[in-house]
Design a protein around this ligand. Sequence first.
Ligand SMILES: C[S@@+](CC[C@H](N)C(=O)[O-])C[C@H]1O[C@@H](n2cnc3c(N)ncnc32)[C@H](O)[C@@H]1O
Length: 195
Amino acid sequence: MQQQVFNTLTELEMRDAQERQQGLPGSQRIQALHPDSAKFLYITALGSKAKNIIEVGAGRGYSTIWLALAAQAGGGHVTTCELDPARAEEAQLYLNKAGLTDYVTILVGDARETLRAQQNPVDLLFIDANKDQYETCFDVVYKRLGVGSVIVADNATSHADELLDYIMYVQNHPHLESATILIGRGLEVSVKTSV
Ligand SMILES: C[S@@+](CC[C@H](N)C(=O)[O-])C[C@H]1O[C@@H](n2cnc3c(N)ncnc32)[C@H](O)[C@@H]1O
């Protein structure tokens, strides 16, 4: 990993840890993906050779940087969605710092709207947004997911109650295989097995 990428990830991890230690409410924290989950997501994107990667919930760009690294390695591209323009701007700054802007397009606005206009196939979908919106975000992208594509959703154990409907939905879906992975704050990982 290049030094500037490592430094930027470390800066974001330290900021996240400090803000959690200070007991700041979620709305005032960067709420970065757990580093173990981030590494898992990166390995999943690399291993599945994902070219077109969609992220819902860029925040300040921590997970986006990991996805962008996978895109850089595999000749892919990340489209990330962020509702809050100020956070999107910060994510852009951190991507600049990491030197990975060429691999990322940031869509500012509600992903349930910004993603509707897109048609191209998706290889990997990562959802880390408002917990009551996972199902809708999944549905908006579903028709673009090919067989073998991967869907990763964060907070499957830390927010198990809020994500229960989503988890039941993907685990009982006729065209998906899905499992809850006990890493970080829990990841629900699904693979599309048929159309
Ligand atoms: C937990 S944070 C994401 C953290 C980020 N993945 C990281 O690792 O740094 C959730 C983010 O999702 C954004 N968000 C929530 N609902 C959204 C939606 N419908 N469309 C786009 N962004 C959304 C929030 O503004 C917030 O910045």
